[in-house]
Design a protein around this ligand. Structure first.
Ligand SMILES: Cc1cc2nc3c(=O)[nH]c(=O)nc-3n(C[C@H](O)[C@H](O)[C@H](O)COP(=O)(O)O)c2cc1C
Length: 303
């Protein structure tokens, strides 16, 4: 039998597939389509200190092979996430990963501490890379020193393993990965969206109210694969890979590049059943390419 299970810091996964942050809300809508118990884990929508209503609309646009979004971290705030959303997800037999986003180091630390002792939340994903929030924020995701500082402070405040989610909007992704590993990160999540823009021909101006947005989906898969491949050669902490995963073959490609597990984002909007479908297909694809387990395939694409 093909072994799908994966053990990562804080996370005992029955399979390596989880919905990516922001593309699954808190699971309520998708729970009407299928049994969430099938998922390896779930990564919740970003938590900020206070409620956020996000950016003005239009804030999403379809592109030729993916989408642009500038949602702007809309969420009910960390307290409501803990009191209302975590208990819903905790009904299911899967680890919950909390995605943490802040404008200041103090905000990251406050949110991370709030998740201490929240049963079923088994790890934090530190979103240092949201491209769509302008006000007051420091560019944690593009400055290795700032990325290291926020990682270190959160590690000190939190009892949970910390996966730092890297931004692809940098020229030296390896430098960012090494900086957060040295600061104590337990794992990496990569990649977030790539800054993009679309022009509305009739209006002759940017289509999104925010002007720019984050590009995700199939269009960014080769960038994600390249970055994971490069980073894998320089760090020893595990990687949750994401960026355009939509088939079981994509999952294998991410594993071969060096990811230990994958998150599925935009594909959920195209096909709400995508996660259970690729969990079902993964054993066949692994077998077809000569692997008995998920862990066997990790990093095997390296020359
Ligand atoms: C509509 C939308 C909302 C997102 N919200 C978040 C978020 O709250 N926190 C975060 O870390 N990433 C967020 N992301 C990024 C995704 O988690 C993921 O990293 C990215 O979309 C690449 O994966 P994909 O190509 O499979 O979508 C969002 C992406 C989309 C499309």
């Amino acid at each position: 039998m093909t072994q799908l299970s994966v053990n990562l810091p804080g996370l005992s996964l029955k399979n390596p597939v989880m919905p990516a942050s922001g593309c699954f809300g808190f699971g309520r809508e998708y729970s009407e389509f299928y049994d969430l118990n099938q998922l390896g884990a779930v990564i919740m929508k970003a938590a900020t200190g206070e409620v956020r209503y996000g950016n003005k609309t239009p804030r999403v646009a379809e592109t030729s092979s993916g989408m642009l979004n500038a949602i702007g971290l809309q969420n009910p705030g960390v307290d409501k996430i803990i009191s209302r959303e975590v208990p819903f997800l905790a009904e299911y037999n899967m680890p919950i990963i909390a995605n943490v986003a802040g404008s200041t180091i103090e905000e990251y630390v406050m949110i991370a501490s709030a998740f201490n002792n929240t049963e079923h939340v088994k790890a934090l994903e530190l979103n240092i890379s949201c491209p769509n929030v302008k006000e007051g924020g420091i560019q944690f995701g593009t400055d290795p020193d700032m990325a290291a500082e926020v990682t270190e402070k959160v590690k000190t405040a939190s009892d949970l393993p910390v996966y730092v989610k890297l931004s692809p909007n940098v020229s030296d992704i390896v430098g960012m990965a090494k900086a957060v590993e040295a600061a104590g990160a337990d794992g990496l999540s990569m990649i977030n969206t790539i800054t993009g823009m679309q022009i509305n021909l009739s209006a002759k101006k940017p289509l999104l109210a925010n002007q720019t947005g984050g590009l995700s989906g199939g269009a960014i898969k080769p960038v994600a694969i390249r970055m994971i491949y490069e980073v894998k050669q320089h760090v020893s902490i595990p990687i949750i890979g994401m960026g355009g995963v939509s088939t079981a073959e994509d999952v294998l490609e991410f594993l071969l590049a060096g990811a230990n597990a994958v998150a599925v984002g935009t594909a959920n909007f195209q096909n709400p059943y995508v996660c259970p479908e690729l969990i079902e297909n993964l054993p066949n694809v692994l077998r077809q390419y000569g692997f008995d387990s998920v862990t066997d395939a990790v990093g095997k694409g390296h020359v």
